[in-house]
Design a protein around this ligand. Structure first.
Ligand SMILES: Cc1cc2nc3c(=O)[nH]c(=O)nc-3n(C[C@H](O)[C@H](O)[C@H](O)COP(=O)(O)OP(=O)(O)OC[C@H]3O[C@@H](n4cnc5c(N)ncnc54)[C@H](O)[C@@H]3O)c2cc1C
Length: 393
């Protein structure tokens, strides 16, 4: 039986373990720290179609959405806190609303459900929204889940199918036979026999890739989230400003903020989102907190009366071309990458786990999906192709 060692017990590693063990492989998950304690514990848990432009990543998100619903049906939607709450993207002026409308039309042509909303209709959807907005687009298919619970549930299910979870070992390299095929994952606690290794180490995926002899450029992109005191349900959807999509797609190294707001089942309101490429620097920047709070109050004026409970940060796993790395790396036979999902790793985890399992077991894929895999392939970072993928310096 093929033995797959998944490095990383975040939501992506957990999804890989879930689909691999369901496919009948002998699976070991290894993490140096507790399951779900990496960037997964920092994500807001949105599963979004609304922020994806038509193309491979949107199709991946559409696949992931349907797989998350299946996972929810199998493991219990309540256990994952999976909610089909819908998204609402809002524009502050008519020009931005027109751009948003054009973007939404292109998404509708790609099969996304969209609904333009203005005036009273907008306020029926979100009664507390500022009356100054020009309008918005509703995305009924956007969903939310609780990332740490989802990770735990996927790992429990993988364990029920025979997977082993080892917390503590730090992966340090790859053992090979004389032909170069993978025989083991090297860790600081000894070797673990492996036919394949899945690099699901998120923001640390670049570091591990070097140790495995299959380097890919995954870098940290910091984000702060503000958490309010618990409130009665005031915000029904995931609501965000139209400039969020441009910020996500930008490669700017300096600070960028856009306004992303949603309630949680516990009553707290989560306010994001900032993006900065400053390595693993964890220093709190009060000016970022102020800016996020200011923009949130612009969208939902009642928030000016609400107290903040805490502020936290996380490091998104960023790839220069903003696409995750999913698939086999031919430079190191037996090594598969499943990392670099930046701000969409929660949403894309289910499809990533599914695709990794299909590839490792050699199972057929729908032609369009097979075609899309080239967009996520590690080969785009192989020597000679780095500039094409946006890697400079
Ligand atoms: C502020 C913020 C908000 C976000 N909001 C959303 C959202 O709403 N929706 C969404 O889809 N995404 C969101 N994201 C992004 C999402 O959180 C990540 O893309 C996702 O969690 C990545 O999951 P992962 O499993 O790849 O990585 P991680 O959760 O970081 O897991 C990687 C694991 O690998 C382990 N590891 C690393 N190196 C080694 C090693 N050498 N040996 C052993 N173990 C190792 C780590 O300990 C860690 O547990 C957000 C991110 C941030 C920062």
């Amino acid at each position: 039986m093929t033995r797959a060692v998944v490095v990383g017990a975040g939501i992506v590693g957990a999804a890989c373990a879930y689909f691999l063990s369901k496919a009948g492989l002998d699976v070991v998950v290894v993490d140096r720290l507790q399951a779900g304690s990496g960037t997964t514990s920092r994500g807001e848990g949105n599963l979004l179609l609304s922020d994806k432009e038509p193309g491979p990543e949107l199709r991946l998100a559409q696949l992931s959405r349907s797989l998350w619903l299946e996972v929810g049906d199998q493991l219990g939607r309540d256990a994952l806190e999976l909610e089909e709450k819908g998204g609402l993207v809002v524009a502050s002026d008519p020009a931005t609303l027109a751009e948003l409308g054009t973007f939404a039309e292109s998404q509708a042509a790609a099969g996304v459900e969209v609904r333009a909303s203005e005036g009273e209709d907008l306020h029926r959807l979100e009664p507390q929204l500022s009356r100054r907005l020009a309008g918005g687009v509703a995305y009924p298919e956007d969903m939310q889940l609780q990332p740490v619970l989802a990770t735990a549930e996927l790992l429990h299910a993988a364990r029920r199918s025979g997977a082993e979870i080892r917390i503590g070992p730090m992966a340090t390299g790859r053992g090979t036979d004389t032909a170069g095929a993978t025989t083991a994952l090297r860790t600081d606690q000894g070797d673990i026999g492996a036919d394949v290794i899945v690099n699901a180490t998120g923001t640390w995926g670049g570091q591990l890739s070097r140790l495995l002899g299959a380097e890919i450029p995954v870098l940290p992109r910091r984000g702060f989230i503000l958490v309010t005191e618990p409130l009665p349900k005031m915000i029904r959807h995931k609501v965000y400003s139209a400039d969020y999509v441009a910020n996500v797609a930008s490669s700017h190294t300096g600070l960028e903020t856009s306004c992303v707001i949603e309630g949680t089942r516990g009553g707290t309101v989560l306010i994001g989102a900032s993006r900065e490429r400053i390595g693993f620097d964890a220093t709190l920047r009060p000016e970022v907190v102020r800016e996020l709070a200011r923009r949130a109050i612009e969208l939902f004026p009642f928030l000016s009366e609400v107290r903040l409970l805490r502020v936290y940060h996380g490091f998104r796993p960023y790839c220069p071309d903003h696409r995750p790395v999913i698939g086999q790396d031919t430079r190191a036979p037996g090594v598969y990458h499943a990392c670099g999902h930046e701000g969409a790793g929660i949403g894309l985890a289910a499809a990533t786990g599914y695709l990794i399992a299909q590839q490792i077991t050699g199972s057929p894929l729908a032609p369009e999906l097979a075609h899309d895999l080239a967009a996520f392939s590690p080969a785009r970072f192989h020597p000679g192709r780095l500039a094409e993928a946006g890697v400079t310096g």
